[in-house]
Design a protein around this ligand. Sequence first.
Ligand code: NDP
Ligand code: 2IT
Length: 446
Amino acid sequence: MSEDKATQVYDTVVARNPGETEFHQATKEVLACIPPVLAKHPELAEHKVLERLCEPERQIIFRVPWTDDRGEIQINRGFRVEFNSALGPYKGGLRFHPSVNLGIVKFLGFEQTFKNALTGMPIGGGKGGSDFDPKGRSDDEIMRFCQSFMTELYRHIGEYTDVPAGDIGVGTREIGYLFGQYKRITNRYESGVLTGKGLNWGGALVRTEATGYGAVFFTQEMLRARGDSLDGKTCVVSGSGNVAIFAIEKIRQLGGTVVACSDSGGFVHDPTGIDLDLLKQVKLVERGRMADYAARKPGSVHSTTGRIWDIACQVALPCATQNELDGSDAKTLVDNGVVAVAEGANMPSTPEAVEVFLQAGIAFGPGKAANAGGVATSALEMQQNASRDSWSFEHTETRLGKIMASIHDECLAAAEEYGAPGNYVTGANISGFQRVSQAMVALGLV
Ligand code: NDP
Ligand code: 2IT
């Protein structure tokens, strides 16, 4: 009965949202985990909680006109999907990447709702972005784009309404231009309207590092639960952006060695360990490519063919983008002796890859649990903004560590309770679902 219900809701999602394959993929995984909860709590089905969870509260699509450095007018499309506000104001990042479309933003907003619920903090779920491609654009072009984007977005957001942050293609520079325009239009220094701000204009220590550090803390917790640790482990981290760089930093601090990372132009294998200072210089200071890193690091090799997942490792952290690790990659990783995989990115493993990891019995941390440290630290930034306070790095990092450990323990406990011991996918989906669905019932039919 409960299974029929979940299947029926999934079929409706597919019929009502044609072509939005990533959104279908994200809902399918969550819905597949929910039947045992519905069997225990039939009132959730009566309140049509599943149907409501799969329909965003509000979807905004807008034109973003701007002028490039040659004086030519460019038109992009902007999105903000306000998914669920049962637990708090909508919260989630903005992604600037040419692949962005409504289906991608909806999958991200849907995942965000459960992730944010898992943190136990008062934040609902939302996501936004644009098909704008920041690559090769000057600072001035980025600024003009951000100003135009915010000129529409500002009317939909606010510290008690919807609080965007960064994601792919959006970091402190972009948040700065967005915040500046919001401040100008509203005439309010409303720090809590955006997170990921610079440290001297309302930002919080550790937010930059939080997603990568958090994913590694989660990995360490999974290993600890199996009597193991990161110390001495060989690791592969895909991507070389915000999440990947700080995952690499924390792995090193905990005694692991990262031998490969990547960008969309290929991957670098650096058997003696990625040089973090050089990586930061190339990626964060120069906004360069992994090929530039390889050109400057003797002994490293840049590949534009093959898969980063072919490199043997014991721990793998996909930290680039959705569906970057498929079933065949997962088999290779397992054959090469991987013991833990944690998703720093959102939905980087295909359903086939997840199945391979679960069947192999390795420790697999799904994104909505493993990468929740970023948004959790955004909620800490909001707390600091609300109290006009700023906390030390050590204090904030300790809180992040505790939040990740508690998400880990909650996932394990929910998995155990619902007959899937050690399965963090089931645990994360059930635990997040319980928290958000109970609030939805309590708030009535809205
Ligand atoms: P960045 O823009 O800083 O870095 C993204 C990295 O992934 C770059 O190395 C980029 O390479 C690579 N990448 C992006 N898209 C593709 C693609 N289609 N194919 C191959 N490589 C790609 O983003 P973040 O590090 O912030 O985000 C990475 C992932 O983590 C995303 O899935 C994001 O949703 C998720 N995430 C981010 C959080 C945050 O706080 N920032 C929080 C939680 C999750 P290139 O430069 O060549 O494009
Ligand atoms: O996917 C994510 O959790 C993020 N991009 C961070 C969201 C946030 O509000 O900090």
